[in-house]
Design a protein around this ligand. Structure first.
Ligand SMILES: [Zn+2]
Length: 47
């Protein structure tokens, strides 16, 4: 679940996900979300 930065709509599932694992740091899952309300694409970390 992520919130659109433009209109605040909650988007339930990401279009695409990938893992970002910087050396020596904890891996983070990033999701690419598309807002169904305004059509904006945005990235957000997934817990
Ligand atoms: Zn939006």
């Amino acid at each position: 679940m992520a919130k659109c930065p433009k209109c605040g709509t909650e988007v339930a599932s990401p279009t695409k996900t990938w893992t970002l694992a910087p050396k020596g740091r904890k891996a983070v899952t990033i999701g690419l979300f598309k807002c169904p309300n305004c059509g904006a694409y945005f990235r957000a970390g997934i817990k």
